[in-house]
Design a protein around this ligand. Sequence first.
Ligand SMILES: Cc1cc2nc3c(=O)[nH]c(=O)nc-3n(C[C@H](O)[C@H](O)[C@H](O)COP(=O)(O)OP(=O)(O)OC[C@H]3O[C@@H](n4cnc5c(N)ncnc54)[C@H](O)[C@@H]3O)c2cc1C
Ligand code: FES
Length: 1053
Amino acid sequence: MHGLAVTTTEAIGDTKTRLHPVQERLAKSHGSQCGFCTPGMVMSMYTLLRNNPCPSMTDLEHAFEGNLCRCTGYRPILDAFQSFTKEFQCPMGENCCQNQKVPQNTISEVPPMEGSAFVPYDPSQEPIFPSELQLNDQLDKTSLVFSSDRVTWYRPTSLDDLVTLKATYPDARLVIGNTEVGLEMKLKNQHYPVIIAVTNIPELLSVERTLAGVQIGASTTLTTLKEVLQELVNTEPEHKTRVYVAILEMLRWFAGKQIRNVASIAGNIMTASPISDLNPLLLSAQCQLTVTSKERGQRTIVMDDQFFYGYRKTLVKPDEILISVLIPFTRQNEFFCGYKQAHRREDDIAIVNAGMRVVLTEGDNVIEELALSFGGMSPHTVMATATVKGLLGRKWDDDLVPEACDLLGKELALPPGVPGGMESYRNTLSLSFFFKFYLTVQMKSNSKSQPKTTVPSSYKSATSVYARASSHGSQVFQEVEGHQHQIDPIGRALPHVAATQQATGEAIYVDDIRPYARELSLALVISSKAHAKLISVDASRALQMPGVVDFIDHKDIPANNYFGAVIQDQTVFAVDEVKCQGQVIGAVIAETRTQAQRAAKAVVVKYEELTPILTIQQAIEAGSFLESEPMTLKRGDIAAGFKGSDVIIEGEQSVGGQEHFYLETHGCIAVPTGEDSEMTLFTSTQHPGAIQDAVANTLGVPKNRIVCKTKRLGGGFGGKETDPSLFALTVAVAANKLQRAVRIALDRDEDMVITGSRHPYMGRYKVGFTKTGLIQALEVDLYSNSGYALDLSSAVMARAVFHVENSYHIPNVVVRGYCCKTNLPSNTAFRGFGAPQSLLICETWMEQAAHKLNIPCDKLREMNLYKEGELTPYNHPLTDCTLGRCWEDVVKQSNYEQRQNDINVFNSENRWMKRGIAVIPVKFGIAFTLAFLNQAGALIHVYTDGSVLLAHCGVEMGQGLHTKMIQVASRVLKIPMSCIHITESSTDTVPNASATAASASSDLNGMAVIQACETIVKRLEPFVQKNPSGSWVDWVNAAYMDRVSLSATGFYR
Ligand SMILES: Cc1cc2nc3c(=O)[nH]c(=O)nc-3n(C[C@H](O)[C@H](O)[C@H](O)COP(=O)(O)OP(=O)(O)OC[C@H]3O[C@@H](n4cnc5c(N)ncnc54)[C@H](O)[C@@H]3O)c2cc1C
Ligand code: FES
């Protein structure tokens, strides 16, 4: 950071003075839900505008490649920021609100996406970059040394100094972008006592065009590399820049902009990752590296098949420094392509990637030179030299393909069980890349030397380079009726009440709460084994480390070490045995988080490993289930159903798990008051009541001593329904023992290891159909991988069982649900709560049946949709059943049939590239399956200045629950939303709350809020009647003076 100025969202605008236009547009366009990602979004846009006040849509999309949002689905974020681009047009086109004559009181219903609806952006008003940094480059030219007790960080500014330093500290780690070394230190627990930043050495930053190509300084960032190569592509003849075009294409899919801005070419080469995206290209291009060392001076190394010779091993010696990389020009008959296949295109690591180069003889297309490099096919980037040997001298024609694939298949064959898995997919990818390359060269070389192409037109799309138009989307907001009163906010598309606080960075999440006096930090000691006996836990070394105050484990639990959402089968701290990786064994408490985390890693745990059960299949084989009997649902006569079926299909479908990936990781602060065992906990939870319950139980105190508060969550998605209890319990035990405030905030990797995820499922099904396609009978066994404890698995299974038929009427049904007990962290609630898994299994047999019955799948789905009054397998009559209407609407609105026809035509004309479309119904049941949980309470206080403080059971996690509750209160009280405030969700305002979950919180809490508000309205009625022309404040004050209570509760069930 030396010599740099850092600007954060807090610096560019705030709610008290003025919002920056970027903050304002994001907030008003519904681009902030939980808000945890919002400052990052704001600053990416701000940075783009500072560099380019009128960016294009393409610039915009590139600027956000490295930003993640788990809530909004990105459309509203892009809507907000599109308004800054030069191409911006309202997505509503002619129907844009600006073109409509809309009555004055309804204008705000239409989302303010039109640029003119916002404060205009004026780049001249931006803060000036500090002049001492702008005018003076001395800071960049100064050598620096920073030292701590653990690390010395050098930043030399001359090559000589660098060479000397590297000779003095041969084990020193060089860093440029630190995007690799940083991860090694953070996630792989590496410690580098000497680090040398090579960011300010002129020789390592220079870029020089030579006769042979372009010489790129080792420290050149990928963003600069992109600019340099683009310039050459724009100015040099096409045939010379084919490698550069391939590198540019690869850089489109290389990380995100934030990483490319700092990551370097040397960092990528020298990391020598087996899935590096640049190395296959640099190898095939035969780049030359210039390296230097004190002992041997400068030398040149060609990047050939010997360069990478082992996992993360290169021919560059440990004492050598990479100075530059020569990327050569290509020749007239030389062709070059790069390929990358990842799970998703943007910002993802490759499964397989490749760089391919061929030189053909002029006229007869005989292979003169060939280079085929692959990533993801070996422990290092590998060149298929045997294949090349077999192909040299061969003609580049169709006969080549089978032979090349045969050779490549043999040379690169991945054995079963290879690290990374997906052997057959990876093998296929390497062959298909070659086929693409073959076709591409065939088309290009033919166009040069032969008039007639031999590539069939239906093959050509296989060679096309992926191009995507800018994203666009729109959301339709229903307008409220014209007669609705102007201050009645119900039904209006209003921004989230905390959107501006979130955009300005003012919104408080747990770890933003300022430290309490004498506060301590806690870090967890977790199991590294899936299943093992605990032989010993030795914290003696950790206790000697700086800042460490204590180590706690199960012996420090005052009352009960066991807890759980349904049954108490989870431990706060493991005793004798660990049942999953990530299970908490103990915790270190220290003055700072870093001290606690370091010391936690120094606790020595000895295990005796036991055989773990990890998969559903293993659990079935071992008979390992969490409940003695399967959950069973039966309707009709299954045997008769199958007997009356013309076609019966059977099969099995697995559904994987999923990380919640809330952007705010788990965190909690426990603050003991020091009196009467009182303790307040600030947590990031969807269920404060559960934490109150668990803490009281563990500490052995009545619940009235424990208060749990939650202001907002940076995302929950089910992952914060029951999991937060564990973290709250650890800090509560520590705070209770030490009588000091204790905080925990997990790092992402800790969070992912310790917590459960979506349940993986497997369904074995048998389904009977008539020959016309009507479903007669369904028998399914559902298995969930539930992990080591029950948590909510039985409730998740209940929902899976209840959604087994998705939206289709089935007269005869048998479903059995088994919760498999495995040695994984206990899997838990996740959006959809078992239903998505069940729906996928259902839609799998639908597809299978459509093929077997030879009926188009959409027709099969449509004919089986529930109709009015039909019964679900659990005998619920579907009244007001809108499925059929919804289906017709979607088919019509999406122009489905026309699209289907277009796709059929496309697929018949394209041999290798295919398109698809499907229409799939979803029926989802809301509310808790356990009836007693469907209850909610509210508390309202009206103060004499007319302001209202509202509390209810629900937790704000981005879904806008507080906004909706304020809308509800505003309608009932007939006062503007701005008079009503919700501070937090807390167990001391509304007791015994259910979790904010089950898609019912707005309904349940909304009704409770109505009740509370109606009580107030009723109490104020006499004062309104006495003074009908008075104001809200007048009536409130009159009631107060008359000793009428201005506080009320509401309850709904
Ligand atoms: C979010 C994210 C996304 C990523 N996406 C991709 C991707 O899509 N594709 C991909 O290939 N990689 C990806 N990476 C990996 C990484 O960013 C790249 O490999 C990057 O090029 C590393 O460059 P750096 O300058 O940050 O390396 P650093 O971390 O600074 O250094 C990496 C290594 O290079 C050595 N080194 C640096 N300079 C020299 C020198 N002059 N001489 C000798 N050794 C030197 C260092 O000692 C160190 O071992 C990603 C990383 C992150 C964090
Ligand atoms: S609003 Fe983006 S992560 Fe929640």
